[in-house]
Structures are given as structure tokens and as C-alpha cells.
Ligand binder design. Structure first.
Ligand SMILES: Cc1cc2nc3c(=O)[nH]c(=O)nc-3n(C[C@H](O)[C@H](O)[C@H](O)COP(=O)(O)OP(=O)(O)OC[C@H]3O[C@@H](n4cnc5c(N)ncnc54)[C@H](O)[C@@H]3O)c2cc1C
Length: 482
């Protein structure tokens, strides 16, 4: 098949998967008012691979490296900077064209690429074969994947084996000649209810007594014993909002419960090799933070654009303190872009697989997360209190009061009141809404907490070299110490 249509993707979701949202079992997620939006957002990714525009099609579709058959380019295992840059471009163009990210093939391949690296390091032929066969299955059937890494974790101060019960981290409960049985729950998993395949990776390093927790595999979403418990989302546009004429883009996250789930051996990428669990979690995190910083760039570009536009609509674009804030806004966005590019330009090679530079990818994610709220504050500051109190689209459409709004809510005479109202509402969505609060938390936690990024920065930074330089400067070490 190679490249699926939107229809084929949506049909594939009617496979008996067990999905709950707000206490209700959802029989057909494609028709659900919230999960349907997730399906449509992911389906838009299949519109990109079917694009009539050759620039778009060539970016999203690539020839299979061996057969030349068309496949989604996200299924190309990165072999160098060009492939990594293409991943970034695909993610960014998706957002520009469809207004959202059909997230899934990217997180799934972040997991699978990490599994490839680790299988190679373990020198285990069977895991390498399993990962390769699974990749071919994804390529051939153009499947949507989710990456299930984060365990529910229970008491965070305790290791997996020391928790009140053994199931706070996903683990192997039994094995037989055909496969393994796993139990546990993964949480916050993006796009999970609308994925075809779930790829599981350990959430952290495991120790010798935690070998059963060092497990990685892939299973179809309708596997017996798997249940998705989903977050409720925003639903369709309401008539209170401006821009009601374009589709809402949103992905639902889910807790995935694995209740004694059977996984055949041919779908297993790690089972008990606790010594490599750290490398797997670490390599996944690097790939995934690179994905993150790729999609964050267009997200913050739009928000920066709101600040630029609101400054103009308010007639303040030339005022010095506004310009000062716009400079800070631009520096935030451009530092992120530069770091994302640098992570792709300086990959670390594991055999023939290019892993984005771990130090730079983590620095980029930390930059994004640690300064995001400050960035939001600048946008809020420039836009004014109207982004908290604005009348809505229904008010605008009501002839009794429309003229008051038209007359009193204008700004710079260069622009219409309607334009200013539209931009107020766009800005509101990004910095003063339920959705924006969701993104503030997502910024802090998704793709790992800031403490996780700092741990990786410390591990990757040349601290010893800094120390030597200081000791040479202080005359403690001779000048030829480098
Ligand atoms: C919108 C969204 C989408 C996501 N999508 C995915 C996805 O697709 N796949 C996936 O696998 N995950 C996903 N995640 C999960 C994300 O990676 C986690 O939220 C993140 O790793 C933090 O874990 P946590 O939420 O359990 O927070 P916690 O682990 O509870 O962290 C809370 C705080 O405690 C600190 N902390 C935790 N444990 C310790 C410890 N032992 N010692 C010291 N400090 C500690 C953390 O650093 C943090 O400051 C998503 C999260 C969000 C919000």
C-alpha cells in the first residue's frame, strides 16, 4: 500500500479498540465530537502525502531506500543531517499547511529509531530483525503510531521495584515460547486512541533487580487487554469564536492500560536487558526533544506574530518599550530555531543512524520550556487587557450592539475593527484561554521535565574541559594540559 488515503486511515480505526472518554465507551472514535477532531487532525497528515503540490508531496513522500516504493518520509531512518533537517521541515510545514500537527509517526519513529540504535548496541540480531520488520510493516501499511514511554510512576521517590505495588511501571509478568505478557499503564500518550500501533519504551533507567521493567515492544491498538482512557478536548469551534470557518486541530492524550497483554516475540525490541534501558530512554528522549523543538518553532512564530500584529493594531509598534519587548520575543523564537538547526547539523552517529545532537537538542528544549512563560507574558503585555475581556463573535454578530463594538473597539485607523477583533481572539487563544493554560503545562512537562533536560545537559557538557581551562588559567595545571 505504501501511502494510505484519509478514508483508509479512518476505516482502519474501526477495529474494536477499547476507548473511554468522560466515563463513556466510544464505539466509533471517528464520529465522536472530541476524538473525531483528533482523527481529522491525524488524517490531515494523509492529505499531505496525497498533495497535488509537488513541493509538498516531495517533502512528505520519499522512495523506500531498498524498493523505491513511495513511503511516508518519516519512515526514513535518519542517516545524516539531511534526513534530520527533512524531519524538521515536515513537522514545520505540517503546521503551516494544516494548522496543526498530525503527530504520531514522528513520536512513533522517535521510539523506533531509538530501538534501532539500542538493538545495534546490544548486538542482538533478533531485536534488530524485529525492529526492521516492524518498520517495514509501518512503511507498507502507512500506519499511525503513538509512543508510549511515560509510566504512571506512583511514588516518584521510589524505584519501580520498591513501589507499593509492582504495576506503577509497565513490566513483564510472564513469558512463554510465543511471547511475553505485560502489565502496567502509560500516561499522557499523545494521539493514542487514534493510533494503529502503540510503541512502548521504558520510561527510565532500570537496575538489575528491575529487569522485568526493561521492556520495549509494539502492538496494534486493538490488542486484547489494552484500554485507552482519554482526555476530553475542546470540541468544535463555537459560534462565540472568530475564525469559526477553519477546522479545529487538536490531539487527545490518553492513559493506556495494559491488563496482562500478550506481545509476540517478533514484536519485542527489549526484554530484560536492563543495562541498555538507560540508553533506550536517553536516545528516545534525544530524538523526541528534537521533534519537539521542531514543532515548537512554528507554534511560537504564530504567537510572536500575534504580538507584532497587536502592537500595530494598537498603534504602538514604534514605541520604544514595545520594540524592546518585540526584540525579546524575536530573540526567544530565533534562539529556538538556531538551536533546532544546530542539533540537526551536528548529529551523533550510531553506526549508520544519525541521532540529533543530544546536548543541543536538550539545550533547545530547556530554552523553550524555561522561557516560555516569560515569552507569553510579553505577548500578553503588548496585546492589552482586551485579550481577557473581549466581547465575542456572537456580540459582534448581534445587530443590537454590533455598532458599539465597531465604533469603540477600533485601534490604529490603518486597520479595521474587525481585523483587530480577529487578532484579539487569535491572541486570546494562545495566551489567555483554557487551551493556552494547557500549552503552558505541556511546555513544562511534555517531552520531559526541565530537570530531565538539565540532567542530560550535565551528562553531555564538557565540564572536565571547563575545569582544566580554569586550572590552567589559575596556574594550577601547566599550559599543555589540554
Ligand atoms: C500534553 C502532553 C503530551 C505528552 N505526550 C506524551 C507522549 O506522547 N508519550 C509519552 O510517553 N509521554 C508523553 N507526555 C508525558 C511527559 O513526557 C511527562 O509529562 C514528563 O515526562 C513528566 O512526567 P510526569 O508528568 O509524570 O511528571 P512527574 O514525573 O510527576 O514530575 C513532576 C516534577 O517532579 C520531578 N520529579 C519526578 N520524579 C522525580 C525524582 N525521582 N526525583 C526528583 N524529581 C522528580 C520532575 O522533574 C518534575 O519537576 C506528555 C505530557 C503532556 C503534558
Amino acid at each position: 500500500m505504501g501511502i494510505r488515503t484519509v478514508k483508509q486511515y479512518k476505516e482502519s480505526l474501526k477495529d474494536g479498540r477499547r476507548v473511554y472518554l468522560s466515563g463513556e465507551k466510544v464505539e466509533d472514535i471517528t464520529k465522536h465530537p472530541i476524538l473525531g477532531i483528533t482523527c481529522d487532525t491525524i488524517a490531515a497528515g494523509y492529505e499531505l502525502t496525497a498533495s497535488k503540490d509537488p513541493e509538498v508531496k516531495n517533502l512528505f513522500v520519499a522512495p523506500h531506500p531498498e524498493t523505491g516504493e513511495p513511503i511516508n518520509r518519516l519512515f526514513i531512518t535518519p542517516g545524516g543531517t539531511e534526513d534530520l533537517i527533512n524531519r524538521t521541515k515536515m513537522i514545520q510545514r505540517s503546521i503551516q499547511i494544516i494548522g496543526g500537527l498530525p503527530f504520531g509517526k514522528d513520536i512513533g519513529t522517535d521510539c523506533l529509531n531509538a530501538a534501532f540504535v539500542v538493538a545495534g548496541q546490544m548486538g542482538k540480531k533478533e531485536y534488530q530483525e524485529n525492529a526492521k520488520n516492524f518498520l517495514e510493516h509501518l512503511r507498507k501499511n502507512d500506519l499511525h503510531t503513538c509512543g508510549a514511554v511515560t509510566c504512571v510512576k506512583g511514588d516518584r521517590s521510589k524505584e519501580p521495584a520498591k513501589q507499593k505495588h509492582p504495576d506503577y511501571y509497565l513490566h513483564v509478568v510472564d513469558k512463554n515460547k510465543d511471547g511475553i505478557i505485560v502489565k502496567g499503564a502509560k500516561i499522557h500518550i499523545t494521539s493514542a486512541p487514534a493510533a494503529n500501533e502503540i510503541i512502548v519504551v521504558p520510561t527510565r533507567q532500570m537496575r538489575e533487580n528491575e529487569a522485568d521493567y526493561a521492556v520495549s515492544f509494539a502492538i496494534p491498538a486493538n490488542t486484547e487487554g489494552v484500554t485507552f482512557i482519554c482526555r476530553g478536548g475542546r470540541g468544535a469551534w463555537s459560534d462565540r469564536e472568530f475564525h469559526a470557518d477553519r477546522p479545529v486541530r487538536e490531539l487527545t492524550e490518553a492513559m493506556i492500560v495494559f491488563d496482562n497483554v500478550f506481545v509476540p516475540w517478533e514484536r519485542v525490541f527489549m526484554c530484560g536487558e536492563w543495562q541498555f534501558s538507560m540508553l533506550l530512554a536517553y536516545t528516545f528522549a534525544t530524538f523526541h526533544r528534537f521533534t519537539a523543538i521542531s514543532y515548537k518553532v512554528p507554534a511560537v512564530e504564530v504567537m510572536a506574530g500575534c504580538a507584532v500584529a497587536m502592537a500595530k493594531y494598537n498603534g504602538l509598534e514604534k514605541v520604544s518599550h514595545i520594540q524592546d519587548k518585540l526584540a525579546d520575543i524575536a530573540a526567544y523564537v530565533e534562539t529556538l530555531r538556531a538551536l533546532a538547526n544546530a542539533a540537526a547539523q551536528n548529529p551523533v552517529m550510531y553506526g549508520d543512524i544519525a541521532v540529533p545532537n543530544p546536548l543541543i537538542a536538550n539545550m533547545a528544549k530547556l530554552h523553550f520550556a524555561s522561557k516560555y512563560h516569560e515569552f507569553i507574558k510579553l505577548v500578553q503585555d503588548i496585546a492589552g487587557g482586551i485579550i481577557a475581556t473581549s466581547p465575542d463573535k456572537r456580540d459582534w454578530d448581534n445587530p443590537d450592539i454590533h455598532d458599539y463594538l465597531e465604533h469603540y473597539l477600533g485601534g490604529s485607523e490603518k486597520y479595521s475593527t474587525l481585523e483587530r477583533m480577529q487578532m484579539i481572539h487569535e491572541t486570546m487563544r494562545h495566551v489567555c484561554s483554557h487551551e493556552s493554560a494547557f500549552h503552558e503545562v505541556t511546555t513544562v512537562h511534555a517531552e520531559g521535565s526541565m530537570a530531565a533536560q538539565k540532567m542530560m545537559i550535565l551528562a553531555e557538557s564538557p565540564l572536565k574541559q571547563y575545569e582544566t581551562m580554569a586550572k590552567v588559567a589559575a596556574g594550577i595545571l601547566p599550559r599543555d594540559s589540554f
